[in-house]
Design a protein around this ligand. Structure first.
Ligand code: NAD
Length: 295
């Protein structure tokens, strides 16, 4: 069987998961542990991270290093990588899941929104790659790099310019590494979730919009009712990694939109035009800000 058709077995592998304290990262950690991998967990928030490590252990999983770190802090990530490699050897699988979200129109986004998206969602995974990939390559055992981008790393979602800057950036890094790392038998997967019902959807900032109003809460409720659970997303991610897939989707809507974008660009343009108009009409605060932009 050619190597690219072989299933990548997670049993006995050392797996680092960032953003493991919550949502997709937590669900992936629990799911990967079920396959018999040894987990190493990190997140910005220490207390919930330790709680997830305890959950993994209680479910019979093996946990090695558990350490809080800010992925946007290169020094902290390099130190974590050095300690992890010294204590447990090179990783077999590195999963960049940690991320944050801020949306808004160009008129209402402030510099700190743009900056934090790039610092956490793009430079964070780059720091992790800098820290963990060289030992993986040197070990010569192959492995997998999993980068969690977003639907907003494929398509033009309304108010997502800053978030998309980071998620398209991560897609670019992944597309290149997919081919660069092939000679080292390290497979790269780019995860592009649509809606996943995690705390991120509760904490998202939309510049210029009061996210506490009943109207916004209703919209959020509609989004969450279409969203998959973190456990379903984790199942899709693990299936994609096991099959060595580059594009990993967690919902059919994004898979279809990506297909439309590639096969019929005018259809994609029409769909996005309608999507943006509907979104702006649904949130008059944003629409007003948008009008102020062109006034
Ligand atoms: P979440 O908020 O539940 O989990 C994200 C985790 O990342 C949190 O535990 C948080 O503490 C951690 N984190 C944030 N900033 C960090 C930093 N600087 N350093 C280290 N850890 C940090 O969110 P989630 O929905 O599980 O998101 C996981 C990933 O999936 C993110 O990259 C997100 O952009 C992506 N994503 C989520 C959705 C969705 O609908 N939930 C959709 C598309 C993409």
């Amino acid at each position: 069987m050619p190597p690219w058709r072989r299933t990548f077995d997670l049993a006995g592998r050392d797996v680092l998961v960032t953003g493991a304290a919550s949502g997709i990262g937590r669900a992936v950690a629990l799911r990967v542990a079920r396959d018999g991998a040894r987990l190493h967990l990190t997140d910005l928030r220490e207390e919930p991270l330790r709680a997830v490590a305890a959950e993994v252990r209680a479910a019979g999983g093996e946990v090695g290093l558990v350490r809080a770190a800010d992925v946007s802090d290169r020094t902290a990530v390099l130190a974590l990588g050095a300690d992890l490699t010294a204590a447990h050897g090179p990783m077999d699988v590195v999963m960049n899941v940690a991320g944050i979200s801020a949306w808004g129109t160009v008129r209402s986004l402030e510099h700190h929104h743009w900056r934090s998206m790039v610092d956490v969602n793009l430079m964070g995974p780059i720091h992790v790659i800098e820290a963990l990939l060289p030992p993986m390559v040197d070990a010569g055992r192959g492995g997998a790099l999993v980068n969690v981008s977003s639907a907003a790393g494929i398509i033009a979602m309304p108010w997502h310019a800053a978030y998309s800057a980071s998620k398209f950036g991560l897609r670019g890094v992944s597309e290149v590494l997919r081919f660069d790392l092939a000679k080292h038998r390290i497979r790269v997967s780019l995860v592009c979730p649509g809606g996943v019902a995690t705390p991120l959807t509760e904490t998202v900032q939309i510049a210029g919009v009061d996210t506490t109003t009943p109207r916004f809460r209703r919209l959020l409720g509609r989004f969450r009712s279409h969203a998959v659970t973190p456990e379903q997303a984790a199942e899709s991610i693990v299936a994609g990694v096991r099959k060595g897939r580059f594009w990993v989707y967690t919902s059919t809507d994004i898979r279809l939109l990506h297909l439309l974008q590639r096969l019929f660009p005018p259809g994609y343009r029409l769909a996005m035009t309608v999507f943006h108009r509907a979104a702006n009409a649904a949130l008059p605060e944003v629409e007003r800000a948008r009008r102020a932009e062109v006034a």
